[in-house]
Design a protein around this ligand. Structure first.
Ligand code: GDD
Ligand code: MN
Length: 386
C-alpha cells in the first residue's frame, strides 16, 4: 500500500515536470542498478535531467525485484518520462550482472554505469562524455583516488578494506588504475562488447571484471569525484560481497582452466583428508577402539565438516538453513558414499592395470571428487532460480 500511495503522489508532480522530447537517437544510456532504492529514484532523475540538458540520454534502472517497490516506482516515473526505463529481474541478485544486462538492453554508443543511491557525483557525466568524444579513450572512470577525489565520510576500517581489495585487484588488472573498485564509469559500446562474453558477472566489481576480461588493454582516464554519503536506504555491502570479490579474482586467475566452484570444492575435499586423518588418529589412540570403528567415525566427521565448509564457502550464495540444512547433509552423505565406491572402484581398476599405487590413488580421488561435486550440485545445493 505504501508503494501505491507513493506512485499516486508522484503522478501530478511528474506530469507537471517539463517534458523532454527526443529529437534524435539516444546517445548516452545511464545504467543504474537498484536494490531497495525507491526513495533515491526521483531525486536521481531530477539531478540527471539537470546535468544532462542538451544530451540525448536515457536511464535504465535494473532492479532485482526490490521489496520496497523500486521497480513500480521507476515505471511510474517512466509513464511520463519515456527516457526513464526499468529492467526488472526476477529471482536473481547481483550488482555486476544487473549492470551487464542493463548495458545489453541499451543501444546507445556511450554507456555509463552508476550507483542509484546518489553516492556517485552525476555532475561528472557530461565531462566523461566530452572526454570520450574528444580523446581516443575506451572508458572514463570516476575515481576517488586521483587528485581532487575522495572517500567522503568513510570510516577507517572500510577505507582499509577498500585499500586491501584494491591491492588484490592488481592480480588480475594490469592497467595502472588508481580506483579499480569504482562502480562509476562511462564507456564506448565496442569496448564493452569485446569483453562481454568473458565477463564473470560475479559480485560487485564490474569495472575490474571489464578490465580483466578485455581482449586488449583499455584506453582509460580517471576523473576525480567525492564519494557522497548515502541519504536514503542502506548499503548492500556485506561479507557475501567480499567473498564474491575473492571469487571474481579467482575466476579471472584460474577460471579458464577449472570452474572456481569446483576448485573450492576440491580444496575443501583436500582439507577433509586432514580432518579424516586427525580424527582417525585421535579416536584410535585416545579411545583404543578397533580400526573399522575409528575409520567410520573419521569418515562421517570428515563428510560432515566438508558439508558445512561447502555450505559456508563454496555455496555461500545458495546456503542451506533450517530443515533444508538437515536434508542437504543427508543427501551429501549419500552422494559422498556413492562417490567413495566410485573412487575405490576406479583406483582398484587402475592399480590392476598399471600397478602404480599413486596413479591409481589420484585417479580414484579425481573421479570421486568430480562425482561428489557434480551430484551434490544437483541434489544438495540445487540452484532454485534455474
Ligand atoms: N540490481 C541490483 N542487484 N542492484 C544492486 C544489488 C543487487 O544485487 N546490490 C546492490 N545494488 C545497487 C544498489 O542499490 C546501489 O544502487 C548500487 O548497487 C551500489 O550498492 P551499495 O550497496 O550502495 O554499494 P556501496 O556504496 O557500499 O559500494 C560501492 O562501492 C564502490 C566504491 O568502492 C560499489 O558498488 C561501487 O559501485 C562503488 O563505486
Ligand atoms: Mn552506495
Amino acid at each position: 500500500m505504501r508503494v501505491k500511495g507513493a506512485v499516486e503522489k508522484l503522478e501530478p508532480a511528474a506530469a507537471a515536470a517539463p517534458a523532454r522530447h527526443h529529437v534524435g537517437p539516444v546517445e548516452l544510456t545511464i545504467v543504474l542498478p537498484t536494490f531497495n532504492e525507491r526513495d533515491n529514484v526521483e531525486p536521481l532523475v531530477e539531478r540527471l535531467e539537470a546535468v544532462l540538458a542538451g544530451i540525448e540520454w536515457e536511464a535504465i534502472f535494473v532492479d532485482d525485484d526490490s521489496q520496497d517497490g523500486t521497480a513500480e516506482h521507476v515505471r511510474a516515473v517512466g509513464g511520463t518520462k519515456p527516457y526513464i526505463r526499468c529492467l526488472q529481474r526476477l529471482g536473481r541478485r547481483g550488482l555486476s550482472t544487473a549492470c551487464i544486462e542493463g548495458v545489453l538492453a541499451s543501444s546507445a554508443p556511450f554507456i555509463a554505469v552508476m550507483d542509484a543511491d546518489l553516492q556517485h557525483d552525476e555532475t561528472l557525466l557530461p565531462r566523461m562524455l566530452a572526454a570520450l568524444k574528444r580523446e581516443a579513450l575506451d572508458i572514463v572512470i570516476g575515481s576517488r583516488y586521483v587528485e581532487g577525489g575522495g572517500l567522503g565520510d568513510w570510516d577507517q576500517s572500510r577505507a582499509r578494506i577498500s585499500d586491501l581489495a584494491t591491492r588484490l585487484s592488481r592480480l588480475v588488472v594490469k592497467a595502472d588504475l588508481r580506483d579499480p573498485m569504482s562502480g562509476f564509469f562511462m564507456m564506448r559500446r565496442p569496448a564493452f562488447e569485446a569483453a562481454v562474453r568473458d565477463l564473470s558477472g560475479q559480485g560487485f566489481k564490474i569495472l575490474i571484471d571489464l578490465f580483466a576480461s578485455s581482449p586488449r588493454p583499455l584506453a582509460f582516464k580517471e576523473l576525480p569525484y567525492q564519494f557522497r554519503l548515502r541519504q536514503h536506504g542502506e548499503s548492500k555491502l556485506d561479507t557475501l560481497v567480499a567473498w564474491e570479490y575473492l571469487q571474481l579474482l579467482l575466476d579471472k586467475l584460474i577460471g579458464h582452466v577449472v570452474p572456481v566452484r569446483f576448485a573450492l570444492f576440491a580444496m575443501i575435499g583436500g582439507l577433509g583428508l586432514f580432518v579424516h586423518l586427525a580424527v582417525l588418529g585421535v579416536v584410535l589412540k585416545a579411545f583404543g577402539v578397533d580400526f573399522t570403528l575409528a575409520q567410520s567415525v573419521a569418515t562421517v566427521t570428515a563428510m560432515t565438516s566438508n558439508f558445512f565448509l561447502n555450505n559456508w564457502f563454496t555455496y555461500r550464495d545458495r546456503r542451506l538453513h533450517g530443515w533444508r540444512l538437515l536434508r542437504g547433509l543427508l543427501s551429501f552423505y549419500v552422494v559422498c558414499s556413492v562417490g567413495a565406491f566410485g573412487n575405490v572402484g576406479i583406483a582398484a581398476y587402475v592399480f590392476h592395470a598399471d600397478q602404480s599405487w599413486w596413479l591409481a590413488g589420484i585417479a580414484g580421488a579425481i573421479v570421486g571428487s568430480v562425482w561428489n561435486y557434480a551430484t551434490s550440485a544437483v541434489f544438495t545445493w540445487r540452484d532454485k532460480t534455474k
